[in-house]
Design a protein around this ligand. Structure first.
Ligand code: ADP
Ligand code: MG
Length: 232
C-alpha cells in the first residue's frame, strides 16, 4: 500500500455575504491505493467538499492537498485541470453521461480530450467497458440503460485514463439495492486491482464494502461514528 493523496491541515470555508461557513475544518488524512476508502457522513457534513479537495476541483482556504507527491495548492488552475484529467477519475450520483453519445463514445471522451487517436481511444474504452461487464451495451445510448448500467458505464469512463485515483460522490444514491451492490462490487474490484478508490456516501449500509471508513460530521473527520441518528 502506498499513499496516493493526502490532506494536510486542509480547511475549506465559504463566505456568503458577511457569514462564513466552515464546510471542512482542519483535516489531515491519507488516501492509499489498493483500498476502497469510504467517507461516511450525514447530508451537509462536508463530504463533497472533502472529495472536491482531493479531486483538485477546489483549493483549500488553508492547508495543503498533496496528489502523488505534488502539493497542488501551489499550482495554477491550468495544472489542476491537467491533474484532474490524467490522475483522477470521477463518478457522480447522477452519472453525468452525455445523452447524445453511446456508452462506448462516452467512455472514449476523456481520451479524445487529451488528444489520443480515435483508434486508441476505442480500444481502451472497449477494455474499460469489459471490466464493468458492459461490453454488450457499448452501442446503447444512456436512455436505453438502467441506472445501474449507466453507473457502470460512468465507472468505465473514470478508469479508462488509467488514473490512480477514482473518486465517487454518492455513486449508489440513485440506485436500487441490487444495482448498488453491483456498482460497489465493481469499485471494490478496482481497488483490489491497485486503484485508490474513494466513495463518499450518507448510506450506512455501504459500510461492509469498505476497506477503511472515515466519518465526517459537521466538517470534522474522525475514525468513529458519533451520531447515528444524524444519518436518518
Ligand atoms: P455533503 O456533501 O456532506 O452534503 P457539502 O460538502 O456539500 O456536504 O457541504 C458542506 C457545507 O458547506 C454545507 O453547509 C453546505 O451548505 C456548504 N457549502 C458547500 N458548497 C458551498 C458553496 N459553494 N457555497 C456556500 N456554501 C457551500
Ligand atoms: Mg454531497
Amino acid at each position: 500500500m502506498e499513499v496516493i493523496a493526502s490532506l494536510r491541515g486542509a480547511k475549506k470555508e465559504y463566505k456568503t455575504g458577511d457569514t462564513t461557513i466552515v464546510a471542512l475544518d482542519n483535516t489531515s488524512i491519507d488516501i492509499e491505493n489498493n483500498r476502497l476508502t469510504l467517507i461516511m457522513g450525514p447530508s451537509g457534513s462536508g463530504k463533497t467538499t472533502l472529495l472536491s479537495l482531493i479531486g483538485c476541483v477546489i483549493y483549500p482556504t488553508s492547508g495543503d492537498v498533496i496528489i502523488q507527491g505534488t502539493d497542488v495548492t501551489k499550482l495554477p488552475e491550468k495544472r489542476l485541470a491537467h491533474i484532474r484529467l490524467n490522475n483522477i477519475g470521477f463518478v457522480f450520483q447522477h452519472f453525468n453521461l452525455l445523452n447524445p453519445l453511446t456508452a462506448l463514445e462516452n467512455v472514449m471522451q476523456p481520451l479524445l480530450l487529451r488528444g489520443e487517436s480515435k483508434k486508441q481511444a476505442k480500444e481502451k474504452a472497449l477494455a474499460a467497458l469489459e471490466k464493468v461487464s458492459m461490453l454488450d451495451r457499448k452501442n446503447n445510448l444512456p436512455k436505453k440503460l438502467s441506472g445501474g448500467q449507466k453507473q457502470r458505464v460512468a465507472i468505465a469512463r473514470a478508469l479508462v485514463t488509467d488514473a490512480a485515483i477514482i473518486l465517487c460522490d454518492e455513486p449508489t444514491a440513485s440506485l436500487d439495492a441490487k444495482s448498488a451492490s453491483l456498482v460497489m462490487e465493481d469499485l471494490k474490484q478496482l481497488a483490489a486491482g491497485g486503484k485508490a478508490v474513494v466513495v463518499v456516501t450518507h448510506d450506512l449500509r455501504l459500510r461492509p464494502f469498505a476497506d477503511r471508513i472515515i466519518y465526517v460530521e459537521e466538517g470534522k473527520v474522525s475514525d468513529k461514528l458519533k451520531d447515528e441518528e444524524a444519518y436518518k
